[in-house]
Design a protein around this ligand. Structure first.
Ligand SMILES: [Zn+2]
Ligand SMILES: [Zn+2]
Ligand SMILES: [Zn+2]
Length: 331
C-alpha cells in the first residue's frame, strides 16, 4: 500500500479509471458479423503475413488474395474492431491479431482427436505408467496405476491433468514433448491467476478456498468424500470471462522465494521458476508436500515441504499470503 503522504513528489493515481470501462458494452454481434466474409478474412491474413506495418492501401489490396470490386468497402468494415487505419496505411489491432492467432493455432480447424496414447514419462504421484488423450481441444493425462488427482465422472479414471491446448501444440511433437509443453503452458496461465490477473482477458481474478472436512485418502490416493487427492483447493475464477483454474495452495508457494531458496539449499534443485509441478523430473520435490488446516477463524493453512535434511513449514491465510515460515528438523 502506498502512503499518500510518502510520494516524494510523484503524482497520485489518476481518477480516470474510476468510472470503469465495461468491455461488455461493445457490440460483439457487429464484430462477428464483420468477420463472416472471405474477402475480409483475406485482408486480415494479408495484414498478418506482411512485414510492413502499417501497410499502404495499394499494397494491401495487392496482397489480399481475393478478387473483389468492393475491396475498399470490405476494408472499411474491418476498421475499428480489427484493423487500425493511420495516414501511412493499415495494421491489425489486438482483436485482429487475436483472430489470426486463433486461426493459425488451429482453433477453428476440424478438431484433431487422438485416442489414449502411451507417454514416455511417469505419474507424478506414484511413478506409474501414464497415457494421454486429445479430444475437443482438451489434453487429458491419466495414470494407469493410481487415482490421479480427481475421481469424479467429469474425468476419466486416473486423471491428473486435463487442460485446453490449441491443436498447434501437438504438431511435430512426440507425446512426451506434448506433455512437457502443456506443463509450460499450464504454468503460464495459472501464474497470473495466482497474482489476480486473468491470462485470457486481463480482468481481475478472484479466488476462493475449498476445504474437505472429512478428507481421507484411500489406496488409489483419492478421498471418497471429495473425490480428489488434496484436502484443500484454491479455485481461481475471472470475474469477467469466467476462465477458471483450480490448484492446491502449495502450487502458488512454489514461486515464493523462501520455498525455492529452501529447495535450492537442501537439495540439488536447479529449476527455473515457475517450475512445472507435475512433471516426472519435478515429482520428487512435490510428492511429499503436505497441507493441513490448523485454524478456521482466522483461516490458517499449514503447508510442509519435507526434504531429507530439513522441513520447511509455511503458514498461509485466506488471502494466500504467507503468515509464517519456519525450518524444522525432520521428525
Ligand atoms: Zn499414479
Ligand atoms: Zn476429501
Ligand atoms: Zn478473464
Amino acid at each position: 500500500m502506498t502512503d499518500p503522504d510518502d510520494r516524494d513528489g510523484r503524482p497520485a493515481d489518476s481518477d480516470a479509471l474510476k468510472e470503469p470501462f465495461d468491455p461488455r458494452t461493445v457490440s460483439p454481434d457487429d464484430a462477428f458479423r464483420v468477420l463472416g466474409n472471405r474477402t475480409r478474412l483475406s485482408i486480415l491474413r494479408a495484414l498478418w503475413n506482411t512485414d510492413e506495418e502499417p501497410l499502404p492501401f495499394a499494397e494491401l489490396e495487392r496482397e489480399t488474395a481475393v478478387e473483389t470490386d468492393n475491396f475498399a468497402y470490405h476494408l472499411d468494415q474491418l476498421v475499428g474492431h480489427f484493423v487500425r487505419r493511420s495516414d501511412d496505411g493499415y495494421a491489425l489491432r489486438y482483436a485482429g491479431e487475436t483472430v489470426m492467432r486463433s486461426i493459425v493455432a488451429g482453433l477453428f480447424s476440424e478438431g484433431a482427436s487422438l485416442d489414449w496414447l502411451a507417454v514416455d514419462s511417469g505419474c507424478p504421484y506414484c511413478d506409474g505408467s501414464i497415457e494421454m488423450r486429445y479430444h475437443d481441444d482438451q489434453l487429458t493425462v491419466r495414470c494407469t496405476s493410481c487415482g490421479g488427482v480427481v475421481g469424479n465422472d467429469e474425468y476419466p479414471p486416473g486423471t491428473f491433468m486435463s487442460y485446453g491446448v490449441p491443436p498447434a501444440g501437438l504438431v511435430g511433437r512426440s507425446p512426451s514433448a506434448v506433455l512437457e509443453s502443456a506443463h509450460v503452458l499450464y504454468d503460464s496461465k495459472i501464474t497470473p491467476m495466482m497474482n489476480g490477473v486473468c491470462p485470457e482477458c486481463a480482468a481481475t481474478v478472484d479466488h476462493s478456498i475449498r476445504i474437505c472436512d472429512s478428507h481421507s485418502v484411500g489406496e488409489d490416493g483419492l478421498c471418497s468424500s471429495c473425490d480428489t487427492r488434496f484436502s484443500v483447493w484454491v479455485d481461481y475464477a475471472c470475474e469477467l470471462c469466467a476462465y477458471r483454474r483450480s490448484s492446491p495452495p502449495w502450487f502458488s508457494l512454489l514461486t515464493e522465494a523462501s520455498v525455492i531458496a529452501f529447495y535450492h539449499e537442501h537439495s540439488d534443485f536447479d529449476r527455473s521458476v515457475p517450475f512445472s509441478k507435475l512433471t516426472r523430473r519435478n515429482a520428487p520435490y512435490v510428492r511429499s508436500i503436505s497441507q493441513s488446516v490448523v485454524s478456521r477463524e482466522p483461516l490458517r493453512i499449514r503447508i510442509e515441504f519435507p526434504l531429507e535434511t530439513a522441513v520447511l513449514r509455511v503458514t498461509i491465510d485466506e488471502t494466500l499470503e504467507i503468515r509464517s515460515v519456519e525450518r524444522v528438523d525432520p521428525a
